[in-house]
Design a protein around this ligand. Structure first.
Ligand code: SF4
Ligand code: MG
Length: 332
């Protein structure tokens, strides 16, 4: 199948805020540092990693909401980084984003119905006579009653608000949705409902989803494939069940081992994740994970960034392979 989204060697960096803006070598934050990935139609790709790893920036850069400083994004075969305005508009019409805090994307003074209607008029050019019916249809799709069209966001619960945010996102009839921590702020039972809703929409609409989350248990439940991000790079990527059952990168292994209800019989035990949370300002040389990696060799500290190694559809960027036993013993 043909990928819906192709990201090649994408880079996003910003000057560090503060300091002298005229200094030519002002320190930069390398939030996304050479990411390549594919998303196929109807597929859900989980993007995981600790906060500060660049997940949200990558999501926004894919949707052209953030300027990239290198690399390319193609949507449905058309280049959108430095692309034609018409191709970027087409991307805007066929993609949508939902956030952790749905209130942030909904206007508190506007009713849910009015917010959805606005998207239908502006982006879908839906004729006035058909707007109300389409609003009810979208509300039904996300499990809200038609009367909710008259509610303002403040009158809804957190879960209802997220449903309203999803209905608004669906109004553009997206082919790709970027969901950034969209259940992180909800109670566990409501989280489950929203995840079921996304699974349902994926089925009904063939929607592709980039699901950004730090909660691996949810990702394991929802996603077909998983990409693991560390300091702006993808360090492992593969089919979800493979990444969760046989993580090959020590960072992934540590994240998987920390999932509360994970199968305790992982083939290889993993060292828990220690050390300082990463700062994207001063990215360590060599393998960026080396200060926290129990298997780090001298070459990991001083050598080049590890190449990405491919095993069929599973890829990882580490000089060792946990699954050959090569890295079974911590190195000191
Ligand atoms: Fe650890 Fe070296 Fe692999 Fe990096 S390349 S994850 S430091 S063993
Ligand atoms: Mg984030």
């Amino acid at each position: 199948p043909y990928p819906l989204l192709e990201v090649d060697d994408l880079k996003v960096s910003f000057p560090l805020s503060g300091g002298n803006p005229l200094r030519w070598n002002r320190p930069r934050v390398h939030a996304v540092n050479g990411v390549s990935l594919r998303i196929y139609p109807g597929e859900t790709l989980g993007l995981v990693g600790e906060s500060g790893s660049g997940k949200s920036t990558l999501g926004r850069a894919i949707l052209q909401l953030e300027k990239s400083s290198g690399g390319a994004v193609r949507f449905d075969g058309l280049q959108v980084t430095h692309g034609l305005t018409s191709d970027i508009q087409r991307l805007r019409r066929q993609t949508a984003m939902i956030f952790q805090d749905p209130l942030a994307s909904l206007n508190p003074r506007q009713t849910i119905g009015a917010a959805i209607a606005e998207v239908l008029r502006v982006h879908r050019k839906v004729p006035e006579t058909a707007v109300a019916a389409r609003v009810s249809e979208l509300l039904a799709l996300v499990g809200l009653a038609p009367e909710q069209a008259d509610s303002r966001p403040g009158a809804l619960s957190g879960g209802q608000c997220q449903r309203a945010g999803i209905a608004r996102a669906l109004a553009v009839e997206p082919r790709l949705m970027v969901a950034d921590e969209c259940v992180a702020a909800l109670d566990v039972s409501i989280q489950g409902q929203i995840i079921n809703l996304l699974m349902d929409l994926r089925e009904k609409m063939g929607l592709a989803i980039l699901f950004i989350a730090h909660d691996l248990a949810i990702v394991r439940r929802l996603c077909d494939r998983v990409a693991v991000m560390y300091l702006g790079r993808i360090v492992e990527e593969g089919p979800a069940e493979q990444v969760f059952s046989l993580p090959r990168h020590p960072y992934t292994a540590a994240l998987v081992a920390a999932i509360p209800d994970i199968d305790p019989d992982l083939p290889l035990p993993a060292e828990p994740l220690g050390g300082e949370p990463p700062s994207p300002i001063a990215i360590p040389a060599g393998c960026a994970f080396h200060p926290r990696c129990p298997y780090a060799r001298p070459s990991c500290r001083h050598g080049p960034t590890p190449e990405t190694r491919h095993f069929a559809d599973h890829a990882f960027a580490c000089v060792l392979d946990r699954n050959t036993g090569e890295a079974a013993v911590p190195f000191d």
